[in-house]
Design a protein around this ligand. Structure first.
Ligand code: PDD
Length: 287
């Protein structure tokens, strides 16, 4: 099957999806993105992703060129065109193309919109089964981590450092407290069995999967605490896991080479992982 992409309102052959070199996404990283999971050919939690897209765009004063209904229609067409069963759909909106200048051009540019799909065995991945190793590093990104910007140089650097240390994810530490993972939100099960994750602020991305996991935890009557926590608490945790749309719920089995509990994914993580997959198959969270 020929690979198809989406560019500015049209489905086009992947190799014909091209943008001008003066696109501000290319020259400034001036744009935002979303990654939505696809399970059984259906979008997972897409409404929440589109809501966050609108918010990110509004924060950058970029207009959203399409309504949620239009975006969803395009996404479904793209999934069908690529015959995607399980994987992700990547969506990007940049401010548009203009002669390079930091000042935002006036009149407003026409945003560039791009989407493509990627095949991925999210639920059957060895990391989902066996867990990942994480390493910590000082938080060195900007102060608006709540915006899902395409400027991801810091994340690329951090992931390289993690890989060099034999790990799959990085945990950022700021003022002695964990903010989030390189491309995930982080949860721990504390010594007293409480599920803990940092509350949402400008310090981290308000993850859509994170939100769904909190809904699951509430429905399971788990004790939940949304608060900041430090490295020592992670090291002493009974369990730890990370969440993202492209990986769902993945156990974290060690941090900086120190095993979490016995280094085996824990029962609460497994339960939440199973429940999340059930929810994803139903299209995600309703709230
Ligand atoms: N990243 N924090 C960061 C920095 C992220 O990049 C992501 C997701 C998350 C989790 O958010 P969500 O549950 O909405 O996916 C948290 C995506 C998957 C990516 O960049 O590929």
């Amino acid at each position: 099957m020929q690979r198809t992409a989406f560019l500015n309102g049209h489905l086009v052959a992947f190799e014909h999806a091209r943008v001008p070199i003066t696109d501000r996404g290319f020259t400034f990283g001036d744009g935002v993105y979303e990654v939505t999971a696809v399970v059984d050919g259906k979008l997972v939690d897409n409404f929440a992703h589109l809501r966050r897209l609108s918010r990110s765009l509004a924060e950058l004063h970029i207009s959203n060129p399409y309504s949620d209904k239009e975006w969803t229609g395009f996404q479904r067409d793209l999934i069908a065109a690529n015959g995607l069963n399980q994987g992700v759909i990547y969506l990007q909106v940049t401010r548009g193309a203009a002669e390079r200048d930091f000042a935002i051009p006036s009149p407003t540019l026409s945003p560039t919109t791009v989407m493509f799909t990627q095949v991925k065995d999210i639920m059957g991945s060895p990391y989902a089964r066996d867990g990942v190793r994480a390493v910590t590093m000082p938080e060195f990104r900007w102060q608006r981590r709540d915006i899902k910007t395409i400027s991801l140089t810091a994340a690329v650097m951090a992931k390289r450092l993690a890989a060099e240390a034999g790990a799959q994810e990085v945990l950022y530490i700021e003022d002695g407290l964990l903010t989030e993972g390189g491309s995930s939100n982080v949860f721990i099960v504390s010594a007293d069995g409480t599920l803990v994750t940092r509350s949402v602020s400008n310090a981290l991305l308000g993850g859509i999967t994170r939100h769904a996991v909190l809904e699951i935890a509430n429905s399971q009557q788990l004790n939940v605490d949304e608060r900041a926590f430090g490295l020592e608490e992670v090291r002493c945790a009974r369990e730890a896991f990370m969440t993202s749309a492209s990986t769902f719920v993945v156990p974290v089995i060690s941090v900086d080479g120190h095993l979490i509990a016995d280094g085996i994914p824990g029962p609460i993580t497994r339960e939440i992982q199973t429940r999340y997959i059930e929810l994803a198959r139903l299209g995600g969270c309703l709230t």
